[in-house]
Design a protein around this ligand. Structure first.
Ligand code: GAF
Length: 411
């Protein structure tokens, strides 16, 4: 129904075929299969996931893809040391090294994996193996993996989670683990928290695993209860633009963790297990001013998510614009995770005719999204380019995204 939409199915099949061929060149034989996992955009509900709150992200039509082959010599016995030599070796190769040309490669033994033993992109698949094969885990044999991704790195579109999710859906299928999607979301969150060292919540993995074409994922992060909410942007003459500021951010840096700690502190001070349990009208005057601002953001953002879902269900897509704008203001002023580039992107998009715009993801850089009348797409794009040029800032990448399918096997 979306006439300008790409056809991800067909693109994916061609990409998977090319990845299989490349795999054969790299490893000398065909992979067992190819799996994909998308990045995400968060429509609204920012910094609420680790507060047991509500989020409304959608999977985008950009994804990580992995071709994987289990080692044939990988019999049981890894735990007892009785398996054959090399049976627990994992070979990783990536066309997606953020900084380089050609292939980037890594190799490790599963028994040797510990936080800090893998760096860069290889930490994402390694982290997944580490949690799967952990003390109460399953017997993961060695394998070969080739990664490729169309999710821009550092853009706040969850490029790292996409790699983790692609890896876990592949291993779940190949090893017949029988994990359901919420379980895979929890495991990949642990990979990120315990191995990569980023104290992130459960939103991004969930969007990648449970997103569906044409819909946003309304997720209760406390229960992992998920509902799909139709998001027929094109039918409403609208488009979602991503404005990637090019400002790099990392959730393993201090800012994200500090926000999380503030929230925990606020909840404790208010006598609640999490901010989810603090009523919207709670008296915050007993908190120090900074904690009060952080808490106010989370409480108000949860309400905005519920309001957005309500409007979407009523078919009022353009009606969510004001909530997106309010979310951005709250993230900028109360949560203080925006930056000048994100503010410039949002303000410029709104001035050029967007019905709503906000930063998306953890912040401190990365991307903003703008909900734009389709006819105004070029106008918004040009205005953003011009505004950044006028301030002598690097030109952002601006591109449209549509809600796409969640992770799965491609071939
Ligand atoms: C990052 C994290 F990975 C998510 O868990 C979430 O906390 C988000 O920042 C902020 O909403 O994307």
């Amino acid at each position: 129904a979306q006439k300008s939409a790409r056809r991800p199915g067909q693109d994916d099949a061609a990409r998977a075929e090319a990845l299989s061929r490349r795999f054969a060149e790299v490893y000398g034989h065909d992979p067992d299969g190819v799996w994909r996992a998308p990045g995400r955009v968060n429509l609204i509900g920012e910094h609420t996931d680790y507060n047991d709150g509500f989020v409304l992200p959608f999977a985008i039509d950009r994804s990580a893809m992995v071709a994987v082959r289990l080692r044939r010599d990988a019999g049981p016995g890894r735990r007892t040391g009785q398996g054959q030599a090399g049976h627990d070796v994992v070979d990783l190769a990536s066309t997606w090294a953020p900084d380089g040309e050609g292939l980037s490669r890594a190799r490790f033994r599963i028994a040797d994996l510990a936080p800090g033993t893998a760096a860069g992109w290889s930490a994402y698949p390694a982290g997944v193996v580490h949690v799967l094969a952990g003390p109460d885990g399953v017997d993961v044999p060695g394998f070969e993996l080739l990664l490729d991704s169309t999710v821009p790195v550092g853009a706040g579109l969850s490029s790292s989670h996409a790699v983790e999710v692609a890896t876990i859906v592949a291993l779940n299928d190949l090893l017949d683990l029988g994990l359901d999607r919420p379980a895979m979301a929890r495991l990949t969150q642990r990979a990120e928290n315990e191995f990569v060292g980023a104290p992130t919540g459960i939103m991004d993995q969930s969007a990648s695993l449970m997103g569906r074409a044409g819909a946003a994922l309304f997720l209760d992060c406390r229960t992992q209860e998920a509902q799909l909410v139709p998001l027929p942007v094109a039918e409403h003459g609208l488009a979602v633009l991503v404005i990637d500021t090019g400002v790099a951010h990392s959730h393993a840096d201090g800012g994200y963790g500090a926000r999380r700690a503030s929230c925990e502190h606020g909840a404790t001070a208010l006598g609640a297990a999490s901010l989810r349990d603090v009523p919207a009208g709670a008296d915050l005057t007993g908190l120090d001013p900074e904690t009060a601002r952080r808490v106010r953001h989370v409480l108000s953002e949860n309400r905005r998510v519920l309001g957005t879902v309500e409007r979407l269900r009523a078919g009022d897509l353009a009606g969510i614009g004001a909530l997106l704008v309010a979310s951005h203001a709250s993230l900028r002023d109360d949560y203080e995770v925006s930056c000048p580039e994100l503010d410039l992107a949002v303000d410029t998009a709104l001035a050029a005719g967007a019905v709503g715009a906000r930063m998306t993801g953890g912040g401190f850089g990365g991307s903003a999204i703008a909900l734009v009348p389709a006819a105004r797409t070029e106008q918004v794009r040009d205005a953003v380019a011009q505004a950044f040029a006028e301030q002598g800032r690097r030109a952002p990448q601006v591109f449209a995204v549509v809600p796409g399918e969640g992770a799965g096997r491609v071939r």
